[in-house]
Design a protein around this ligand. Structure first.
Ligand code: ATP
Ligand code: MG
Length: 421
């Protein structure tokens, strides 16, 4: 009996890797220009870190965490998200004392015990960014501009940006009470989960996907009407800055997010293309989190994008792997040997070149070149080796050109450049 992988935890196969590498490379490149540096933190942390940051009554902590006891009877958890571990590391290594470590990004696997379905898995991947230390709404706008820039760069247009403000410790408690009062009057219409949690985490009811809860809360008081002057000013400045940067957005006063640490600005990139898995990226401001985790009183804002969901939205052209640039078809023993050396020389010159060593006929070698989608093919026999030149065939067009064997790399590079132009 063969052993299979664990339910909801996927292999990312070579045929799909082009899309992943494209997204990762675009993120690295774009985040770099906004001043972000990569940070890599472990995939497991002390359980307490997530309980204290994400919140005891959130879905993640209540239902979705992979929590184990290790051999030393310590409770450890596979990270369900990236912000808490990154902040833990930021505090532990006193990165706030360094001039250039306040904008951080990360990418890697996250783990949540959820019911697997399209766009929802138990091991999934996030690319996220955090900007620590400033609460100016320009920072919020810049983070959202960077997020929009990323979506434009990778060619995903079927998304829209929704923003909201959840207020701060001055105004949220008042709103919370008002909301509890409203929910108490509608308790009969709420789902069992919400009946249980509305008193401890009333904002979550607004985010519940159950039809009854949606209907019951359709006329719930809006958080935006309960902001204190400071939060109101912050949210309206954010909108002005977004207009100035030409970032399109909609306001969604019902968006509350599933993590307790958010304050003021929250946002989601949503799509209609993935059914109920409609959030592709999400984030917000977390001005109290660093202090809550034992660090200095520093504000922060960040987001995480779900890579599996991004991949599902990518255009066909981004999913294709790059084919070999050259296939060397060798005729005879001498060409096999000299071709083998030529192959290596080309590879050292950064040409993606391929050759078959199994002694196939010329016809079979050309068939293989075709199947691999190689851009060019070159037939190498005694004659070519004697004269030092051969015919380079463009597989798509069927055209050929004479090339010097010792000038193959620059010739191919030039031909590829001309093709791309
Ligand atoms: P959802 O409402 O879909 O459960 P969430 O609010 O739990 O999302 P966040 O914690 O904000 O999600 O995570 C940020 C992003 O990570 C999401 O927008 C989504 O793209 C992705 N994500 C979250 N959970 C999963 C999962 N189980 N499988 C795949 N991607 C996920
Ligand atoms: Mg979730």
């Amino acid at each position: 009996m063969s052993i299979t992988g664990i339910k909801g935890m996927n292999d990312i196969l070579p045929r799909d890797i082009a899309a992943w590498q494209f997204l990762e490379q675009q993120a690295r490149q774009i985040f770099h220009t906004y001043g972000y540096k990569e940070i890599r933190v472990p995939v497991v942390e002390k359980t307490e870190l997530f309980c204290r940051s994400i919140g005891e009554t959130t879905d993640i902590v209540e239902k979705e965490m992979y929590t184990f006891e290790d051999k030393g009877n310590n409770s450890i958890t596979l990270r369900p998200e990236g912000t808490a571990p990154v902040m833990r590391s930021f505090i532990q290594h006193k990165l706030y004392n360094e001039t250039d470590s306040s904008k951080l990004y990360y990418m890697g696997p996250m783990f949540r015990y959820e019911r697997p379905q399209k766009g929802r898995y138990r091991q999934f991947h996030q690319i996220g960014a955090e900007a620590i230390g400033e609460d100016d709404p320009r920072i919020d706008a810049q983070v959202l501009a960077m997020l929009s820039h990323f979506f434009e760069a990778v060619g995903i247009t079927s998304v829209s940006l929704q923003i909201n403000s959840l207020g701060c410790s001055a105004c949220r408690p008042g709103y919370r009470d008002t909301l509890i009062e409203f929910l108490t009057r509608h308790i009969e219409d709420l789902c069992d989960d919400c009946k249980r949690r509305y008193a401890t985490n009333p904002l979550r009811v607004l985010d519940c996907k159950a039809a009854g809860c949606k209907e019951a809360t359709a006329h719930a008081p809006s958080v935006l009407e309960h902001l204190c002057p400071g939060c109101e000013q912050h949210f309206s400045s954010l909108q002005q800055h977004l207009h100035a940067l030409e970032v399109e957005f909609e306001i969604n006063s019902r968006m509350v997010r599933g993590l307790d640490y958010y304050t003021k600005t929250t946002f989601e990139m949503v799509t209609t293309a993935l059914g109920s898995q409609n959030a592709v990226a999400a984030g917000g401001r977390y001005d109290g989190l660093i202090q809550e985790l034992g660090g200095p009183e520093l504000p922060g804002i960040g987001f995480a994008m779900g890579v599996e969901r991004l991949v599902l939205l990518l255009g066909e052209d981004k999913l294709r792997a790059e084919p070999p640039q050259l296939f060397i078809a060798a005729l005879g023993e001498r060409a096999q040997n000299d071709g083998f050396i030529l192959l290596n020389r080309l590879q050292r010159q950064n040409v993606y070149a391929h050759m078959d060593f199994s002694g196939k006929s010329l016809k079979a070698q050309m068939r293989l070149a075709n199947r691999l989608g190689s851009t060019f093919a070159l037939v190498l026999g005694d004659n070519e080796l004697d004269t030092g030149s051969a015919r380079l065939k463009c597989m798509a067009e069927g055209t050929e050109q004479e090339v010097k064997l010792d000038a193959l790399a620059p010739t191919i590079a030039a031909a590829l450049d001309a093709g791309a132009a």
